[in-house]
Design a protein around this ligand. Sequence first.
Ligand code: FAD
Ligand code: NAP
Length: 343
Amino acid sequence: MIEVRRDVSLGHYNTLALPASAAAFVEVSDDAGLPRALEWAAQHELPVLPLGEGSNVVLVGEQQALLLRLSTSGVEELERGPEHVLLRVAAGQRWHPFVAWTLAQGFCGLENLALIPGTVGAAPIQNIGAYGVELSHCLVAVHALRVADGAALTLAAQDCRLGYRDSVFKHELCDQLLITAVDLRLATRAQTHTAYPALRDHLDAHGLGEPTPQQVFDAVVAIRRARLPDPAREPNAGSFFKNPVLEAAQAQALQARFAGLPGYPQDDGRVKLPAAWLIEHCGFKGRRRGAVRVHREHALVLVNDGAGRGEELLALAREIAAQVADTFAIELEIEPRVYGAAA
Ligand code: FAD
Ligand code: NAP
């Protein structure tokens, strides 16, 4: 049984608390309901808009779609080898409690990704990453239903084309699949990734030269709680822009012109620049436009103070991007998915 509701307010279903609505809305908590929801959308000639926790979307106005909120849950152990375990995790499972659960089982690999809001099913969409680790480090496969006909299919990790905050689900397969589960391979012997500077500094300050995965998890949680605004108090979607990745020569030329501009060399020889530095340099940190603003400590985070609308937020984003383009000749790319307006 699925229960489809009409004209549903989405203010509580996106972490920016933007006042959008959906022409139709269904919350599905069991796998059997997913094909039924797709059939309902086809019968009513509405596109399907899958939503997890709404922590990486900008919703503008009324969505002429069936908004399908996934709240399926469950973890299945598919295989256990001497050094790894293979898990199948339901798409609607909340990410952070799942990460905490893996550590309690003695499985490691996800600890750097602690406290990222959202669902497991959304994690492959932008190959979530933080503190030097990305989902791609442990993703084995993605299971999905094709929205057009409900057919079940599986994509191996290499077919997901995972990149920096990017995947095939943002390109060729955009809007075509409803992810139902992901398979993850985790280590059963402790190994940690602690080279990311903020993480290393925190561990060193606490005398943790060789931390356990649980200590890395605790460190990431502590750093994030201290540094990042909580969407429950300051509605936001995390980083609003992706960090631009430039050819090395272009990055070096900019670094020669702008003293102090950091650059992080990538494996492919290109250089990633922190978008937050570019935005701060343009004077936007803390700047307010009506009910929306740039966070005063995090230039990459745009905040809705409560009464803000999607259009206002996007106008501020465009103003920032235009100034950064003028100053640095860099086109910033918005990270969250924008629905209901041109980005
Ligand atoms: P939603 O916002 O609900 O959806 C995002 C997109 O995925 C939409 O296009 C939606 O249609 C699609 N989608 C969702 N579920 C499915 C599905 N089952 N099948 C098909 N499509 C689907 N991201 C990082 O990478 N690293 C971070 O460190 C990080 N920190 C954050 C901190 C804060 C405070 C916030 C608010 C966000 C942060 N994010 C971060 C962004 C966000 O948490 C992640 O992108 C997360 O994976 C989004 O999950 P969600 O369930 O909220 O997705
Ligand atoms: P930070 O540590 O202040 O660093 C600022 C930016 O510089 C980050 O975006 C990071 O890129 C980059 N960076 C710093 N050191 C680096 C290194 N040694 N090698 C490569 N890149 C480096 O960042 P923060 O804002 O406090 O966030 C901490 C981590 O959480 C980051 O990994 C960030 O991506 C993640 N995060 C993501 C979101 C989101 O919505 N996407 C929101 C909050 C936090 P990377 O972003 O590539 O790591």
